[in-house]
Design a protein around this ligand. Structure first.
Ligand code: AMP
Length: 526
């Protein structure tokens, strides 16, 4: 009855109800239990974060997941219960809807609960007030300082997503001298102005520790930082952070700094629901499978193409969803959830590949959505986002008689923070001449592209997690060489379409050879 009467929906279908509740109507228009808050998702709708309803019961039920993950890790990795976890956790300010309901990140709400404060937080190095500090820079500094002061007790290091760890290591590179000086003198830097942070740190940084400072300085002064995590935290048994899907780009970096410490990707989920946990924490990052926790939602699975594609709206009507126990190993599915908090047969958008079963519960690998072309940290820019942004920006060039003939892009994460790089092949209308490139105009194009990206991109960019967009102009004919390159690798000329995003280093190098100018959007975005 449920399946015949309730249609499969996307966020856009329920958005009118969410908007009405956010604007003051009773939440009973969507669900019997009262909605107590919204969870802000990194997924966006019309450029803004999606608001996912939450009830008291569903919020409480979710809090079981971190405990379960912790139990599994302790069972599989010995020594984890003999010390503390150096988790780098951060919060974001809450938003208030016109109706007075709060909209927060799930983790932000979770860190504020007594269950976290009296439970897992007791086994973390970071004092709760440093986690809850809204100034991420002060928060990061204090958490790193605590991690270093308590280095002998640290048995696990981690963050929710690998991108956060990458950022933390970069921060350590920039601030280790100041951190050492604080440890040496016993005085906390003056720019840590948050009273709660200062107060919390006063019981950890209790006096000068020159020997510890010398030791850390000696380790950090080493030219190569290969294996630095192991050297700074010698008792660490694992690095725990999500490294699957778009986060897999950080695996080489974490392996480099980790110096052989196992990388554990603990769980998989979204603001809408928790999907599963990793029951074999020590499996290699590229082999990680998560096991569905069947009581976290009512799960259905929409079959999609083997490459994770076929996610058009028609899929929902053409392909019948499959029940939890009936999925097939090796097949790809889009997750559909019915939750305790007002989502009914809701398409989350994430794609999973079934790899096996644990009892009757499916195990899966996380597959990045096919239409995501650029990703840094939690941003996911799709082919359509990119094409819309470029269509707007090139309007600036048209009155000048300049034509954008082809474009491509890639996410440059070789430096932290990473940036998106666009390649544009430009020529004059009516000839193949290279246009005169006016830096001001080209920079304006960069700005327009960034402006039209979504909320997540813009907030990461404003927060300094993504750096200024780069536009590399290449001379006429460069993209033909790119085609020759792909054809030499086996692509068919008749079906060739320039990739809107490059995954191969060779391809990037080839386009760089044709570069005639490079431009950046303004350093900071307001
Ligand atoms: P949010 O709804 O903002 O919490 O973001 C959740 C999104 O993060 C999911 O929809 C996934 O795209 C991504 N995500 C969550 N867990 C994993 C994982 N284990 N591996 C890769 N991506 C993940």
């Amino acid at each position: 009855n449920f399946k015949t009467n309730v249609p499969i929906v996307t966020y856009e279908d329920i958005k009118p109800y969410i908007d009405r509740i956010a604007n003051g109507e009773t939440s009973s228009i969507l669900f019997a239990d009262p909605i107590t808050q919204f969870i802000q998702s990194t997924g966006t709708s019309e450029g803004k974060p999606k608001l996912i309803p939450m009830t008291a019961e569903s919020f409480e039920k979710r809090m079981v997941k971190p405990l379960l993950v912790d139990l599994v890790m302790k069972k599989c990795i010995s020594g984890l219960d003999q010390g503390k976890s150096f988790y780098l956790f951060f919060v974001k300010p809450d938003m208030e809807t016109p109706s007075g309901l709060m909209a927060s990140l799930y983790t932000t709400s979770y860190f504020k609960t007594q269950i976290f404060k009296n439970g897992l937080a007791k086994f973390c190095t970071s004092p709760i007030d440093t986690i809850l500090c809204l100034d991420n820079k002060q928060s990061m500094y204090c958490q790193l300082l605590t991690g270093l002061l308590l280095r002998d007790e640290v048995v696990r290091i981690g963050s929710s997503f690998a991108s956060v760890l990458a950022r933390s290591i970069k921060f350590l590179e920039d601030y280790w001298k100041e951190l050492c000086s604080n440890i040496r003198t016993g005085y906390l830097s003056d720019w840590i102005a948050d009273p709660a942070c200062r107060n919390a740190m006063s019981s950890i940084l209790t006096g000068p520790e020159p020997e510890l400072a010398d030791l850390i300085q000696q380790i950090c002064e080493d030219k190569s930082w290969e294996g630095i995590i192991k050297e700074l935290w010698p008792e660490v048994k694992c690095i725990s952070s999500i490294v699957t899907g778009s986060m897999s780009q950080y695996i080489p970096l974490l392996e480099f700094y980790g110096g052989g410490i196992p990388l554990v990707s603990p769980n998989c989920g979204s603001s809408e629901a928790c999907f599963g946990i990793n029951l074999k924490p020590l499996s290699k990052p590229f082999d990680v499978s998560y096991t569905i926790l069947p009581n976290m939602a009512y799960f259905e699975f929409l079959p999609v193409n083997n490459d994770g594609g076929g996610m058009s709206h028609e899929t929902a009507t053409v392909n019948k969803p499959v029940d939890l126990a009936n999925v097939k190993i090796g097949r790809y599915y889009e997750v559909v959830v019915t939750t305790l908090a007002g989502l009914y047969r809701y398409r989350v958008g994430d794609i999973l590949k079934v790899t096996g079963f644990y009892n009757k519960s499916p195990q899966f690998q996380f597959v990045e959505r096919q239409n995501v072309v650029l990703s840094i940290d939690l941003d996911k820019t799709t082919e359509v986002d990119l094409s819309n942004a470029i269509t707007k920006a090139k309007l600036v060039l048209e009155p000048l008689g300049i034509m954008l003939t082809t474009y491509s892009s890639y996410a440059d994460t070789s430096l932290t923070p990473g940036r998106y790089v666009l390649f544009w092949e430009l020529k004059m209308k009516g000839s193949n001449d290279l246009p005169k490139l006016d830096a001001k105009i080209m920079e304006e194009c960069c700005g327009i592209v960034e402006e039209s990206f979504d909320f997540t991109y813009k907030s990461l960019r404003k927060g300094g997690v993504i750096s200024a967009l780069e536009l590399r102009v290449v001379k006429h004919g460069t993209f033909d060489e790119l085609m020759d390159f792909y054809v030499s690798k086996g692509a068919s000329i008749s079906q060739y379409k320039p990739p809107c995003c490059l995954k191969s280093e060779e391809a990037v190098k080839l386009l760089n050879l044709g570069m005639v100018g490079t431009f950046f959007s303004p350093k900071t975005m307001f």
